[in-house]
Design a protein around this ligand. Structure first.
Ligand code: F6R
Length: 254
């Protein structure tokens, strides 16, 4: 695929998010007419906040019902109860799920509370639930400054499945804002695997700001390598990066 098909550049994160929200809304409405559900894979973090705000706006102001939406979040810290303000579950609830009409039983999370012994079967069960829902129609991703997607850190395999992982220090530093200090950020997490993510029918990767510009270039225009897990997306015909101009600043034009 030519480079230029792998990304779209927008003036700012709001216009990029509005485009992705419009695509999600169209899919939701098309499926609703057919009486079918839509399966979304969702990230936590700072990047998707304007997307969630736009979907909430469409729900409130343009009567978009999300009653036929099923969600699977990408990842969760190990060792945090769902009620901890730093958990991705709590983040998603206050940022998105509390404000739309997705039925509670359609919302799926990896649990940060499973024991080491239970983790493997819990992750396998998550994969079964995704398959039973018909697979992920539209996966939304952020990207870490080290190229991680979900919590698949550099070195992970392209065909990795949902599993427990150890977080890199850069990742823990970058997510420390929800915790009193970096030492309180868990160093283990459960994440959907790269293989799980790559099975989604469509993938939108969102990235904003100059902090992400170098890794965005390596992901889109660099070699496909385990050093940059997001580069695995180059093999997916339906994966597109949605960038604001500063996140796109390092891309070569050809
Ligand atoms: C979060 C996730 C991570 C983030 C990435 C970017 O569920 O899976 O891959 O998308 O760390 O985080 P932000 O958006 O905070 O820059």
């Amino acid at each position: 695929m030519p480079y230029s098909h792998r990304f779209r550049v927008f003036e700012n994160c709001d216009s990029a998010s509005a485009q992705v929200a419009a695509e999600i809304a169209q899919l939701i409405r098309e499926r609703a007419i057919l009486g079918r559900h839509v399966v979304l894979g969702l990230p936590a973090g700072k990047t998707p906040v304007p997307l969630y705000e736009e979907l909430i706006y469409l729900h409130r102001e343009e009567s978009l019902s999300l009653a036929n939406v099923v969600t699977f979040n990408l990842d969760e810290y190990i060792g945090l109860p769902a009620s901890h303000p730093g958990s991705f579950r709590a983040f998603m609830q206050r940022t998105f799920f509390d404000h739309v009409d997705i039925p509670a039983e359609n919302i799926h999370f990896l649990s940060g509370n499973v024991s080491r012994a239970e983790a493997t079967s819990h992750c396998a069960d998550y994969e079964h639930k995704i398959a039973a829902a018909g697979g992920i129609d539209f996966q939304i991703l952020g990207i870490g400054r080290n190229g991680h997607i979900g919590f698949n850190e550099p070195g992970c395999m392209a065909d990795s499945r949902t599993r427990p992982v150890t977080l890199f220090d850069m990742t823990r530093r970058d997510t420390a804002r929800w915790f009193p200090g970096i030492e309180r950020v868990p160093n283990r997490a459960l994440t959907m695997g790269c293989g799980t993510i790559l099975e989604a029918r469509r993938i939108a990767v969102l990235a904003w700001g100059s902090r992400k510009s170098r890794i965005v270039r390596r992901a889109i225009q660099g070699p496909v390598t385990a050093d940059v897990p997001a580069s695995y997306l180059q093999a997916h015909p339906g994966a597109i990066f949605y960038l604001n101009s500063s996140a796109a600043a390092c891309l070569k034009s050809k």
